[in-house]
Design a protein. Structure first.
Length: 183
């Protein structure tokens, strides 16, 4: 059996604000990636129109094509997202929708996926992260075991708290170490 090597991780951020805490977490993780691993933050999610099958079949938007290409060129995916109204932001859900098509062969199919993030609620984004992992699984990705880490910014600053950063980096290491189940 050959061991899969994860060396490039596409990072999708569920917040469109350039100065969002989750974007800062994504950038911090990218700057401190394990040796030999590149975390590539995929920009432009806000430019992708909501998924619509006829649009995809006739004139796939350039932003959606760029997203698909970035994920297809990666070995794994890391979602870094806040929680909006008890679930994942629409921009992240839309990205997963585009990545799930064409059905059964979308760019996310078979890719290991981790979900982390922070939000200013007592639950730290738990529901959004669980919803994102479930959606990714339905889309054909593989939500990794132990690959969900939620953190409330009401408790600590996730950008400076060593324990929180270690938990986030643990998900990155789990993605790097991912081995697909034997067929």
């Amino acid at each position: 059996m050959t061991t899969a090597t994860v060396s490039r991780i596409a990072v999708l951020v569920g917040s469109l604000r350039p100065d969002s805490t989750n974007r800062k977490v994504a950038d911090l993780l990218a700057a401190n990636a394990p040796e030999g691993v590149e975390l590539h933050v995929v920009d432009g999610l806000g430019a992708i129109p909501f998924y619509e099958e006829n649009l995809d079949a006739t004139a796939t938007p350039a932003a959606a094509t760029a997203l698909r290409e970035a994920v297809a060129a990666s070995d794994a995916v890391l979602l870094v997202t806040p929680e909006y109204n008890g679930t994942m932001p629409a921009v992240l859900n839309n990205a997963i929708d585009w990545l799930s098509r064409p059905y059964g062969t979308g760019a996310i199919v078979g890719k290991p996926v981790g979900v982390i993030g922070t939000t200013p609620t007592p639950y730290g984004g738990k529901w959004a992260h669980e919803d994102a992992a479930r959606s990714v699984g339905i889309a054909g990705g593989v939500a990794i075991d132990g690959g969900i880490v939620s953190q409330s910014i009401l408790e600590v600053d996730p950008l400076t708290d060593a324990e929180v950063l270690e938990r986030f980096q643990g998900v990155v290491r789990a993605l790097v170490a991912f081995e697909p189940a034997a067929a």
